[in-house]
Design a protein around this ligand. Structure first.
Ligand SMILES: NC(=O)c1ccc[n+]([C@@H]2O[C@H](COP(=O)([O-])OP(=O)(O)OC[C@H]3O[C@@H](n4cnc5c(N)ncnc54)[C@H](O)[C@@H]3O)[C@@H](O)[C@H]2O)c1
Ligand SMILES: O=C(O)C1=N[C@H](C(=O)O)CCC1
Length: 254
């Protein structure tokens, strides 16, 4: 049995995870934490601050907000428990905090827990390699109107992975207003927010007289929750280190 704390338990993802784990025989939510603790009456005790948690756990799963990530990470290090970070919008220095923590605890981080998105990234990397810098690459992401961060963590992850196949020679552009004509070494990353869209990422490879498009559409949040549950199972017994979806997929396929 893996006992977990769920940070951000009263959010959209927190509630999908709670429903998914309600009858799970292998993973038990011992407590939840949310800055809005009374929004739902959960089947586990819910605290408004991690420092108030009394229950013991093996791991903390975080689907909350970047603001709280340093405190949560410190809690996991102090208590010697594993950490799964799904929250996006992290700064460079927060990523560094995670790196340092991973020397002491097992830490899994991914801006997108969906298997399909991670296959999409591989398709994009292969396309970028095959096109040898001759096509312009731009990303358009669409999400619901409550999303706090932009661009999405997934769009940034896709952009960085594509860039890694091109000697990191591309400069990311988030807003073209007033910037004049597109330069060859740019990659535009654009965000649309509206309605209840769970998530869409469109990667456009625009060449001379032809366009290739690779698109991933999330039709519900279940795909992220299923991936997060797999990440919890994957990392629970791991030794300290920094793990991501590539490690999980490698283990699944071996
Ligand atoms: N990695 C993935 O696959 C994936 C998938 C979906 C969402 N996300 C990310 O997960 C995060 C949550 O997404 P959501 O749609 O559930 O958002 P949401 O706004 O619906 O929920 C966030 C919850 O966290 C709570 N919260 C805010 N700050 C907190 C803090 N410091 N400590 C504890 N609780 C806090 C809020 O009260 C809210 O209930 C976002 O960063 C989102 O981008 C990642
Ligand atoms: O709904 C969200 O918020 C999502 N956030 C992640 C991101 O920023 O990439 C994953 C998709 C859904």
């Amino acid at each position: 049995m893996i006992n977990i704390l769920l940070n951000g338990c009263n959010g959209k993802m927190g509630q999908v995870i709670s429903d998914m784990l309600a009858d799970n025989p292998n993973i038990h939510i011992t407590a939840g934490i949310d800055t809005n603790p009374d929004k739902f009456s959960n089947y586990y005790k819910t605290y408004n601050d991690i420092d108030a948690v009394k229950e013991k756990a093996d791991l903390l799963l975080d689907f909350s907000h970047a603001d709280g990530i340093n405190k949560v990470t410190q809690y996991c290090v102090d208590n010697g428990i594993a950490l799964v970070v799904a929250t996006t919008g992290l700064s460079q220095s927060q990523h560094e905090v995670l790196r340092q923590a991973s020397e002491k605890i097992a830490l899994f981080q991914s801006a997108n827990m969906s298997y399909g998105v991670n296959v999409t990234i591989e398709l994009c990397k292969n396309a970028a390699k095959a096109l040898k810098g001759e096509f312009d690459i731009e990303i358009i992401e669409k999400h619901h109107n409550e999303k706090k961060d932009a661009p999405s963590g997934t769009a940034l992850m896709i952009a960085k992975e594509i860039n890694s196949t091109m000697n990191n020679g591309l400069e990311f552009i988030y807003d073209r207003y007033g910037k004049g004509a597109r330069k060859h070494n740019e990659m535009g990353i654009y965000s649309l927010r509206g309605g209840t869209i769970p998530g869409e990422h469109l990667i456009v490879f625009a060449g001379k007289d032809e366009i290739i498009e690779i698109k991933h559409t999330a039709l519900s949040r279940k795909i992220f929750a299923e991936g997060a549950v797999k990440a919890v199972e994957f990392i629970a017994a791991k030794k300290p280190g920094y793990y991501n979806m590539k490690d999980l997929i490698k283990e699944m396929c071996s």
